[in-house]
Design a protein around this ligand. Structure first.
Ligand code: CMC
Length: 442
């Protein structure tokens, strides 16, 4: 077999360097030896937004973007969606293996006993405005949990890492439901530990005066499948945020709050909310060609389309599209699906989208299901955050245990002014006008 190395010739000096290739990867640090002089810090790789840079080695999720494959710990997402439950999948993601019956039942117990939150969290929630976005409330309250569990700072303790993982997975549905109830001015509903993970979440969201809330089994299972599909997705923006913030050795609640903040954005988990708003704005099937023309002209984006890694159909999107019809059997059809189907049909035939390999992603159809189930649009990103918590905790724990991981600290290419001297205000020229402001982005 050919040697697993790369030979680089520096045309500035004529020198050659042999760089090791391991698993198809070179180490950016190895580029430092390529210098023009002894005091030259060496070559750096410039990669804004990590387009082609691996920030870690991971065993959790595997994606083949060209083939449209997603696996958790080696198991295909479609098989897990069909045969597993969210809590079983969360166990797999966090611990690396599927549990046997005994371990699954212990895990379910250990998560369920942590569904309650401290009563002061309710008071904290009450401080938010009635129309506060639930994701903003999630960022705040998950961050606040770090003050309730100061022992979580002990990130080197396996026992502590396990406890915080159970607590977080147990509590996020409660926080999410409280945020929703707050916005409606409804009393908070305490967890019912006799129900399943998703069944309990549905009762905390929607229970009114009934003595025993019994979730619709079709919706309970559909939500469970959606949770499985959203549980992890390797080094996406929010996982990277959790790892990066966690790399300072802060407690996991603070790190996960950063992950929720990252997920909030419309290019990430906020896309499911943006898709519904886009479909509502388009309004009817006959307006779809006009909408596509606008997107192609750069007037907005076709939300729920495109992905950094998938250059094929997102496998989660396929499952969700099918699931939508099962949910409609129980809820009635969401009319927005017709607009979505027409958008997909036209986009998949259109040169602009074909050339750029833009396909529906996980968010394209998920909002349509959530809406049919009765979730308000602004809770959609929260429905992403709940199951992603298991993925964030697995990513965080992997990072903490990886001896190669140090504090996350990218380099930069400085392109600003060279050294200048301080000019007294009396003799300084007028402030920059809009026209000559190069850097005045704010
Ligand atoms: N609509 C129209 N054009 C698009 C879209 C879109 N949804 N997505 C990408 N493009 C174009 C983009 O304008 C660019 O064109 P050009 O080469 O002519 O400049 C090209 O495709 C490549 O786009 P990019 O922005 O460089 O791609 P990226 O890998 O940086 O961004 C993305 C990936 C998901 C942020 C982007 O596709 C997007 O904004 N999609 C819409 C938002 C969305 O659905 N997000 C959910 C992502 S999946 C779930 C999750 O991670 O949360």
């Amino acid at each position: 077999m050919a040697k697993e190395t790369l030979t680089i010739t520096d045309n500035r000096t004529g020198k050659q360097y042999e760089i090791a290739v391991d698993d198809g990867v070179i180490r950016a640090d190895d580029l430092k030896q390529i210098k023009t002089a002894a005091d030259d810090p060496g070559i750096m790789a410039y990669d804004p937004s990590f387009g082609n840079t691996a920030s870690c080695k991971s065993r959790i999720s595997y994606i083949d973007g060209d083939k449209g494959i997603l696996r958790y710990r080696g198991y295909d997402i479609a098989e897990l969606a069909e045969k597993s439950t969210y809590l079983e999948t969360a166990y797999l993601i966090v611990k690396g293996e599927l549990p046997d019956k005994h371990h699954l039942s212990m895990w379910q117990h250990n998560i369920t006993i942590h569904t309650m939150v401290h009563e002061n969290i309710k008071k904290l929630m009450e401080g938010f405005r009635h129309d506060a976005h639930p994701m903003g409330m999630m960022v705040g309250t998950i961050g606040a949990l770090s003050t309730f569990y100061p022992e979580a700072k002990d990130i080197d303790s396996l026992e502590s890492r396990r406890l915080q993982t159970r607590r977080l997975i147990g509590k996020v549905p409660t926080l999410a439901a409280y945020a929703y109830r707050h916005s409606k001015g409804l009393p908070y509903v305490y967890p019912d530990n006799d129900l399943s993970y998703t069944g309990n979440f549905l009762q905390m969201m929607f229970r009114m005066t009934e003595r025993h809330y019994r979730p619709n089994p079709v919706l309970e299972r559909a939500l469970d499948v959606l949770f499985i599909l959203h549980a992890d997705h390797e080094q996406n923006c929010s996982a990277n945020a959790v790892r990066s913030v966690g790399s300072s050795h802060v407690d996991p609640y603070s790190a996960v709050a950063a992950g929720v903040a990252a997920l909030y954005g419309p290019l990430h988990g906020g896309a499911n909310e943006a898709v519904i708003r886009m479909l509502q704005q388009i309004g009817s099937v006959d307006k779809v060609p006009e909408a596509i023309r606008k997107f192609k002209a750069g007037d907005g984006r076709l939300m729920g389309f495109g992905h950094r890694i998938y250059k094929n159909y997102d496998p989660r999107g396929k499952i969700i599209k099918k699931l939508a019809y099962e949910v409609f059997e129980a809820t009635g059809k969401n009319p927005l699906i017709d607009i979505a189907l027409e958008l997909e049909r036209i986009a998949l035939e259109d040169d602009y989208f074909v050339k750029r390999k833009l396909y529906p992603n996980v968010d394209f159809y998920s909002g349509i299901i959530y809406q049919a189930m009765g979730f308000p649009v602004n809770t959609f990103p929260v429905l992403f955050a709940i199951p992603r918590t298991s993925g964030w905790m697995a990513q965080w724990a992997e990072m903490v245990r990886d001896p190669e991981q140090r504090i996350s600290r990218p380099r930069q290419v400085y392109i600003g002014e060279s050294e200048r001297t301080y000019e007294p205000i009396e003799t300084r020229r007028a402030p920059l006008t809009r026209e000559d402001a190069v850097d005045a982005a704010i």
